[in-house]
Design a protein around this ligand. Structure first.
Ligand code: G3P
Ligand code: MG
Length: 364
């Protein structure tokens, strides 16, 4: 840990050491997969980059399209792996903005890894159902589920009155672990009679194709691909959404599924992140221990104290275009999805080998 700090400080420009306060006008948003980590392994320079910001009180947040664990658990893991103190307030996962939906929906289908049940409950949703609970209730609903009966019995729950109350929303928290079963169950609810399990809505004769599903559906990210430790990029939640949309359309005479997508590159998520970054800067300056209040979804900050915010990301279609369209500066790194020569949707401010290189050049 000490060695990392020494290395970071040695490379720190003099101006920054002397005029630290000036640099609260700049801030960073760091992507995680492909920038700080590949799977669970730290990427070269990640620890040094965060330490450089931390030691010099440069406000930063982690802005990821990943998820599946609580913000507390994720920051504890990252803090340990990257050897830098982090606060749960500094992390925005793809599904963090779902917290704002708690007052709107009581009974939700939480799609993704089995861990998302706990995350949804922690956010405050009153009745959380995972697709595995539905397969447990009646395995013939998804006859080709890829989850064995033993695993299902261990990870699912018996939900009293599962088919007696309507589902109010479908929230896709992270990547589906059982595409076949999840696709079937999502389509069932989208086409149900007012969100009731085991029902199907009837199309009215001569009515236009039904774009509005019976239950609203929210996707927490739209990444077609992402980078893990494998040599090639892997398909992500954006691919899953494409399958749902295509099948919904085929089952509904060409109707385009109405849905809500958050996460990078959407402005909704950048607004959310910007609010947090502003509050985090205030917290750093005041030393306050108060929690950062939850921003409202879809509301831009009225003003910003930052002259520049740098988004450091590896995915041009997510991190870079999202930040560019939002008016932030962009640092595209070569440690993840992007390879030299790939087409770019816009011109990044900086292209760097890794995150440490990007931060040094940004504050240069
Ligand atoms: O889409 C998958 C997700 O893991 C990507 O995460 O950190 O690169 O936004 P991140
Ligand atoms: Mg990434």
């Amino acid at each position: 840990m000490f060695r990392v700090r020494q290395q970071a400080n040695r490379l720190l420009p003099n101006i920054l050491r002397i005029h630290r306060s000036l640099h609260t006008e700049i801030a960073f948003a760091f992507d995680i997969d492909g920038v700080l980590l590949r799977s669970k392994e730290p990427i070269s320079g990640a620890s040094e980059a965060l330490k450089l910001c931390h030691d010099n009180k440069i406000p930063f947040i982690l802005l990821t399209n990943g998820g599946g664990t609580s913000e507390n658990q994720r920051t504890a893991f990252l803090s340990d792996a990257l050897r830098v103190p982090l606060s749960p307030s500094q992390i925005i996962q793809s599904h963090t903005p779902f917290k704002t939906l708690v007052p709107e929906y009581k009974k939700v289908l939480a799609v993704g890894s089995p861990t998302v049940r706990e995350v949804a409950e922690m956010y405050g949703f009153e009745k959380v159902v995972h697709p595995m609970d539905i397969v447990r209730y009646d395995p013939s609903i998804a006859p080709f589920s890829g989850v064995s009966k033993d695993v299902r019995m261990e990870l699912s729950r018996e939900i009293p009155g599962l088919d007696k109350e309507p589902f109010e929303a479908i929230l896709v928290f992270n990547d589906s672990r059982d595409w076949g079963a999840d696709i079937q169950i999502i389509l069932d609810l989208l086409n149900s009679e007012n969100g009731m399990l085991n029902t199907v809505r009837q199309a009215r004769p001569n009515a236009p194709p039904m774009s509005k599903p019976s239950v609203p559906i929210y996707f927490s990210n739209n990444d077609l691909v992402w980078a893990n430790q494998y040599v090639l990029n892997r398909v992500g939640q954006g691919a899953f959404r494409t399958v749902i949309e295509t099948l919904y359309s085929r089952l509904n005479y060409g109707a385009q599924l109405e849905n809500t997508i958050i996460g990078k590159p959407t402005a909704v998520t950048y607004d959310f992140a910007h609010h947090i970054l502003i509050k985090w800067r205030e917290k750093l300056a005041s030393g306050s221990k108060n929690e950062i209040p939850l921003p409202k979804l879809g509301v831009s900050p009225e003003s910003s104290p930052f002259s520049k915010v740098f988004m450091v990301g590896d995915n041009p279609a997510s991190d870079i275009i999202g930040a560019h369209n939002y008016g932030w500066s962009t640092c595209l790194v070569r440690s993840g999805v992007y390879r030299d020569g790939d087409p770019l949707p816009c011109h990044p401010t900086i292209i760097a080998d890794n995150v440490f290189d990007a931060v040094k050049r940004a504050i240069g």
